[in-house]
Design a protein around this ligand. Structure first.
Ligand code: CO
Length: 223
């Protein structure tokens, strides 16, 4: 337990610092939350959701798993989405991948790591779907980063096709799904221009986003 004391001390300082600036911050927040965003990102310790986009507690609902995968039957992720959309009424769902993702790399290299290999099969599905595009990239790091981008785009499609998002659009609820990618080397987010706000948009936006990432070299993280 002694080794964790530093964390508790940090927590005391953090809480004091916020209460110093906004005395009733936690008091007010404890009554209710009204976040406008749902973040679906990777569990990677280098990609902390709120910090990257400068949001305080209460401003973003967060779901993270290895390689930011949205699986049609994952009750955990679906429950987060359902609560966020139907109860909290978030207006934006943002799928955020990151360059150099270890989960995506393991999938790409078909590495054997144990139970997680089963989870990463979903990323391998993305890889197989875009095999031609990926095979045309000679540099292994570029190929990995391209798969990181493709994975985000495909997960935005998966989010958009859930009953939760489809039904929200059916009742004209304000809800947009976005695809972003974060650079570990510069701390910057790139918008993959995969933004869907209704049934009819999905196919066109997907085609456009795919064309974009097929030609845009500057989306790649600097080596
Ligand atoms: Co990752």
């Amino acid at each position: 337990m002694r080794v964790l004391k530093g964390l508790i001390d940090n927590n005391r300082r953090w809480s004091e610092e916020i209460r110093g600036r906004i005395p009733d911050f936690f008091q007010k927040l404890s009554q209710q939350q009204a976040p406008a965003y749902l973040w679906i990102g990777c569990s990677d310790s280098r990609v902390p959701a709120n910090e990257i986009v400068g949001l305080l507690p209460g401003e973003m609902f967060v779901h993270r798993n290895v390689a930011n995968v949205v699986v049609h039957t994952d009750l955990n992720c679906l429950s987060v989405m359902q609560y966020a959309v139907e109860v909290l009424k978030v207006e934006h769902i943002i799928v955020v991948g990151h360059y150099g993702c270890g989960g995506v790399q393991a999938a790409l290299q078909n590495r054997r790591l144990g139970l997680i290999d089963n989870w990463l099969r979903h990323v391998q599905d993305v890889m197989l779907k875009h095999e031609a595009l990926l095979n045309a990239i000679a540099n292994p790091m570029d190929r990995l980063n391209k798969l990181c981008e493709l994975n985000v785009i495909e997960q935005v499609v998966n989010v958009s096709q859930t009953t939760i998002v489809q039904e929200a659009w059916d009742r004209n609820q304000e809800l947009a799904v976005h695809g972003w990618i974060y650079g570990l080397k510069d701390g910057l987010i790139q918008d993959l221009k995969m933004e869907v706000a209704g049934h009819k948009e999905l196919a066109d936006v997907y085609t456009q986003a795919m064309q974009n990432i097929s030609k845009l070299k500057d989306l790649r993280e600097p080596n």
